[in-house]
Ligand binder design. Sequence first.
Ligand code: FO1
Length: 308
Amino acid sequence: MITALAGGVGAARLLRGMVDVVAPNDITAIINVGDDTDLHGLHISPDLDTVMYTLAGAINPETGWGLAGETWGVMEALRTLGGVTWFNLGDKDLATHCYRTQRLSEGAGLGVVTGELAASFGVGVHLVPVTDDPLRTRLLLEGGDEVGFQEYFVKLRHDVAVRQVRFAGSEAARPGPGVLEAIDTADVVVVCPSNPVVSIDPLLAVPGIRDALARRRDHTVAVSPIVAGAALKGPADRLLVEMGFESSVVGVARWYASWVSTLIVDESDADLASAVEAEGVRCIVAPTIMSDPDRSAALARVVLGAVG
Ligand code: FO1
């Protein structure tokens, strides 16, 4: 049994590689919900949808989010009305949010609804929200404003300095159905190459999860989202620096050291392997840039073979 900790795009690519190596039903992905946002009266879960769409082979390959072959009729009509259009929602993608919102309004938990959506999209991997309770990433900017994740990431194009990150609702949040069990029973716990600060940390902010993961440290392996000092996509490098860590595989090792025993770094960071190990984290060097499904599967093989 493989349990993966996942955010959005980078995680989806590795999971896509893992299903070529192990049976989808043997994989449970615990997915971040801190990026979730309420817009147009809809509950939108970007990381859940990005993983689901990618595993369904339906992801928009250009953007890495949303559905391939989308039409944008609703957005165009909304723009005419002067509505909120900074967050682009395709017509088919909107159906996912309508379905989720309606089912939540009927009292179904986010985990149950995610299972229904995954089944509709033919996804065999168990997609599990880290919590069914409200959990929202909030970022305090250098200028003093505090914004929600999508406002930071999309509206402000994450082109602003961050002073502090918090996860609203974390104190009261409970691990979602199946989350602790997936951590406790995993043969391997995989930390996908997601943003450590705003995609992986929200998972650890849910009470009980950090301790559960620490108990599995010897079986836990992470893939660095930082390659040659930079993030392949998104603000992970800047956020690590803004949080007082180096934007390097050493910074990632230090961020994860208390609950991750092994870090896989790209060949371009081979020279930093000993510095990673000086952080108390075993280092494996392998190609980690998943530019096509074969490379994703090859990386998945390295990940799954990394911890006995
Ligand atoms: N990212 C953007 O940069 N611009 C968008 O307009 C946008 C819309 C969007 C709609 C649905 C969805 O599931 C994701 C969307 N994303 C968009 C990506 C999203 O902001 C990120 O994928 C995650 O929240 C960060 O991993």
